[in-house]
Design a protein around this ligand. Sequence first.
Ligand SMILES: [Mg+2]
Length: 300
Amino acid sequence: MYNPIGRRDKISGMLLGLAIGDALGVPIETQKAGSFDPITDYRAGEHRGTKTLLGEWSDDTAMALHLAESLISRKGFDATDILFRWLGYLTKGEGAARPGVVFGVGGTIQKSLLLFQETGVPYPPRDNSIMGNGGIMRTAPVVAFAASAGEAALLACLQTQLTHNSLEPLMTAGIFAHWLWHALEQPDALPYLIDRAFGQIQDPNPEGSCQNTIRVAGWAFQNFYKHPQSPKQMILEAVNLGGDADTNGAVTGALAGAYFGASGLHEHLIDGLVDLERILTVASQLEEVSRAQLGVGSAT
Ligand SMILES: [Mg+2]
């Protein structure tokens, strides 16, 4: 049965988990496992010359929050509105963890957004050689907004297509939207869905591609399911593989947060996030819009 209190906690958990995994991975992005001290908590670091703070999240969370704020403000999917927000982030650092400080934006995203700036055309041309994970990293908000698993998958593909108009990114975004939807609504089905998609995942590759990243998240969940542990440990397992650690952390964190809810996440990690207030506000407003979509109405 639909439970609005549970759903609010889970939507908050999904966005908080995304930001937590992102922030845990930022200090070791691109590093190989074994070349760094394993991450156990937030760590200050440096990202290609930019000093990063404890709990500071990167483009993954910033773009997801912009997408969420567009869904809230437009009460629907508005491709142009989303792209202007992302462009404001890329070019001026609007909505960054620290306003004006932008790091970690991948080449495919930069190219697509600058093409939009130049042409005003929302969807870049199809290019099936693109394999990046920039679509699935920001899938969470559309899943919270959608009225069904099918709509979640459709919106996940549409928001992916804005920067990654390519077969594999679209396919993985659709699959990941199904996982997140079921983590929110029918968590008992999640182990089955992950097994059906990829079987038992062995030796996940942390290097940044959509297929690799979704497998990292599936692997971390399968490990949790076989040997129950804390959501923090599940996220850290993904992060400590190294490679595209922030995006692997963001995707795994969103899945863990949707499954366990905010109340299941480590309080210290929630409290340590930069600009926590904005994430909580977005989660709450997104849930209100989402409930309207579901026809549930207000709590009063
Ligand atoms: Mg990033």
